[in-house]
Design a binder for this molecule. Structure first.
Ligand SMILES: CCCCC/C=C\C/C=C\C/C=C\CC/C=C/C(=O)SCCNC(=O)CCNC(=O)[C@H](O)C(C)(C)COP(=O)(O)OP(=O)(O)OC[C@H]1O[C@@H](n2cnc3c(N)ncnc32)[C@H](O)[C@@H]1OP(=O)(O)O
Ligand SMILES: Cc1cc2nc3c(=O)[nH]c(=O)nc-3n(C[C@H](O)[C@H](O)[C@H](O)COP(=O)(O)OP(=O)(O)OC[C@H]3O[C@@H](n4cnc5c(N)ncnc54)[C@H](O)[C@@H]3O)c2cc1C
Length: 607
């Protein structure tokens, strides 16, 4: 019935102050940013073009281009990936050859695989590209640099001479990403003025002299680092949306369990539903808190870079790459799990879940393929370990590796299930697991004469070690979050339950790592699972309030299953009748194609 809150009985069970939890969830971000970050995807995405100009253009170039971009007088596309290369940026083939006679660069796509392919906005709407191309001077290749290239006339939007542009076609399903005109672009000797090479980091003089960057060349990758830390925040939005929908529906849906006319059982009360759903609820909070930490770490990096302090740049790269990988994988897999948690109705477009999945899952690929990103983390871990011998004391997120010897001797002293509720007990287990996995890789790598051959041979193990390292970061930041002063009745207690669910779920899921590295005994693993089951019972009465704390409107959720009022069945039925198929009783084509078959006479008794 309209106006009735079918979930009121669930909301009345809450054991904490929901208003405070809403504030904890929102953190430093306001609702606008939450909405903006999602709505941006289906508009043109200035997410990268503008930050890239800020990162790679001189002050003078910024003065020229930023006002135009900010006021949408030009529409830019971050044009890096090509048909033949995306992960391997140093393998890009587009060229920008300096012509000293005219003081210009000539941009060209020398091969089919040099075709720019995927950049958002490029297909139909962008007027300018921040094109990444190999700088060539006097036949010498100086590697990939950024160039601002006008693609279309600002008068009639027609493409300019030498420019061939198109959309790359429909993408995965019918998802909203099809409203993004990811494009293709071929340059045929397109000339641009020398001052349209972005020259903050390195320059080309009028005489054609290359002035190399006096800062780490990787700063040219800065926009990717910036977006990767944003994507961690987006992962918490995407996952929490799906969890909100599936939690509310799990409380509405009843199936089996009726005795003597009693109501059937709410599916949220089935232990299997809880074991699938509550770790995702905990993960949404975990990802939100690690995204807050990562954002502050990134802002600290920017301040340091201003002061030419590059000391945290390697760690920032490892953290943004690794956490982008882990959190987008958890969110993408979690959205699919939330669809399954809703049974058949989860597969309806009106559930909001298929669309969310179709829009979200490329996050595992864009801004860095998730495996390639974890391999970057692995390189960072191996380098950190190799420097231990020279007395280089690791700090920050790898500080635990400085205690590797001690962690190699670690054995958990858990005796009872409730011992796993102690944050220090959990962190020690996760540190020992991560340290031992990385040290084992380093040990095996040392057996190879050629370190690169070893890295390739051991890359699957290295990815697992990098995963363990990143999961340790997320667990640690969840624990640190709860060491902050958090007001409100029961709020910290509930977050503590979620923190333990998150950590013990990971321990249970990766029990093989913890046992094979001899960090814990099978009995201790069993006790962790015992404790997990108890934690599910503790979170159950608060589940609806915990997803209410995301503070998402029904409009934002776009889901008949995730409605705040839980009035699912009438709305499911109502929504179905909006389908154009139901405008007529007899379907198109019936008389032409189906009715003749139905009218066909029987032959020899057979249809
Ligand atoms: C419901 C809510 C939904 C929300 C969703 C809403 C919206 C979506 C959200 C966001 C959308 C945003 C974007 C979507 C559009 C997508 C855009 C793109 O995809 S742009 C293109 C992205 N491309 C990539 O990410 C390419 C990945 N490849 C690379 O980054 C590099 O090629 C790679 C893998 C790092 C290798 O680089 P290379 O130069 O070869 O370096 P090496 O591996 O040899 O390492 C050399 C040293 O450099 C260090 N390094 C590498 N990268 C960095 C860096 N970025 N920063 C700092 N340092 C770096 C590396 O560690 C090595 O250091 P050492 O020498 O070992 O010390
Ligand atoms: C929706 C969407 C939007 C995008 N928007 C943009 C944009 O706006 N601008 C832009 O420039 N690009 C954009 N991209 C491109 C995106 O950045 C690349 O697709 C991404 O970086 C992955 O690179 P790739 O396609 O070359 O994958 P590949 O690297 O070819 O991946 C294929 C497989 O090879 C594996 N692999 C690759 N290298 C290694 C290695 N060294 N070791 C082990 N395994 C390896 C990968 O793990 C993966 O399994 C977008 C892509 C998508 C899907």
């Amino acid at each position: 019935m309209e106006g009735v809150d079918h979930l009121a009985h669930e909301r009345n069970k809450a054991q904490f102050d929901v208003a405070v939890m809403k504030a904890v969830w929102a953190g430093s971000r306001d609702a606008y940013e939450l909405f903006h970050r999602f709505s941006r995807l289906v508009a043109n995405d200035p997410e990268m073009f503008i930050p890239a100009i800020k990162a790679q253009a001189t002050e003078e170039q910024q003065k020229q281009w930023l006002p135009l971009a900010n006021k949408m007088k030009i529409i830019g596309s971050y044009t890096q990936t090509e048909l033949g290369h995306g992960s391997n940026v140093r393998g890009l083939e587009t060229t920008a050859t300096f012509d000293p006679k005219t003081d210009e660069f000539v941009l060209n796509s020398p091969t089919l695989t040099a075709t720019k392919w995927w950049p958002g906005g490029l297909g139909k709407i962008a007027t300018h590209a921040l094109a990444h191309a190999r700088l060539i001077i006097d036949d010498k290749d100086y590697g990939v640099h950024g160039f601002l290239v006008q693609l279309r006339s600002l008068d009639d939007h027609l493409t300019l001479p030498g420019i061939t542009i198109g959309d790359i076609g429909m993408k995965y399903g019918s998802g909203a990403y099809n409203t993004m005109d990811n494009g293709s672009l071929i340059f045929d000797h397109v000339r641009i003025p020398r001052n349209q090479m972005l020259m903050r980091l390195s320059q080309v003089t009028r005489e054609g002299k290359y002035v190399p960057s006096n800062v780490p060349r990787q700063l040219s990758y800065g926009t990717m680092v910036y977006v990767r830390q944003k994507i961690v925040f987006d992962a918490s939005i995407a996952l929490s949306r799906a969890v909100c929908i599936s939690t509310r529906y799990s409380a509405v849906r009843r199936q089996f369990g009726s005795h003597n006319g009693s109501p059937e059982t709410q599916v949220i009360d089935y232990k299997t539903q809880q074991a699938r759903l509550f770790p995702l609820l905990a993960s949404a909070y975990a990802i939100r808190f690690v995204s807050e930490w990562l954002n502050s770490f990134y802002k600290d990096l920017l301040q340091r870079l201003e002061a030419k302090d590059f000391s945290t740049l390697p760690e920032a790269h490892a953290c943004t790459a690794g956490l982008k990988s882990i959190t987008t994988s958890v969110a993408a897999d979690g959205i699919e799990e939330c669809r399954k948690l809703c049974g058949g109705h989860g597969y309806l477009t009106s559930s909001g879940l298929p669309e969310l999945s179709a829009v979200y899952i490329p996050a595992c690929t864009y801004e860095g393929d998730n495996v390639v990103m974890l391999l970057q983390v692995a390189r960072y871990l191996m380098k950190t370990i190799s420097q231990l011998k020279s007395g280089n004391k690791p700090v920050g997120t790898t500080a635990y590796l400085g205690r590797a010897e001690q962690l190699m001797q670690y054995h958990s002293d858990v005796l009872r299930a409730e011992d796993w509720l102690k944050p220090n007990v959990v962190v020690e287990a996760f540190e020992a697991r991560a340290a031992r996995m990385s040290m084992a890789c380093a040990q095996n790598l040392s057996k190879f004469n050629n370190p690169e051959d070893g890295f390739q041979e051991l890359s699957a193990d290295l990815v697992e070690a990098a995963t363990a390292h990143c999961q340790l970061i997320i667990v640690s930041k969840f624990i640190e979050k709860l060491q902050q002063d958090i007001p409100g009745k029961g709020v910290k207690e509930q977050l503590g339950v979620l923190r333990s669910i998150y950590a013990l779920f990971l321990l249970h899921k990766h029990i093989g790592d913890f046992l094979s590295t001899d960090c814990i005994t099978p009995k201790q693993g069993y006790l962790a699972n015992e404790q997990l089951r108890s934690l599910y019972s503790q979170v159950r009465p608060n589940a609806i309030a915990l997803v209410d704390a995301f503070n998402y409107t029904d409009h934002f959720l776009s889901s008949v299953l995730g409605r705040y009022d839980g009035n699912v069945y009438p709305k499911l039925y109502e929504e179905a009748w909006k389908d154009p198929l139901n405008d007529t009783s007899i379907p198109d084509g019936f008389h032409e194609y189906v009715q003749p078959m139905l009218k066909q006479p029987l032959h020899h008794g057979r249809l």
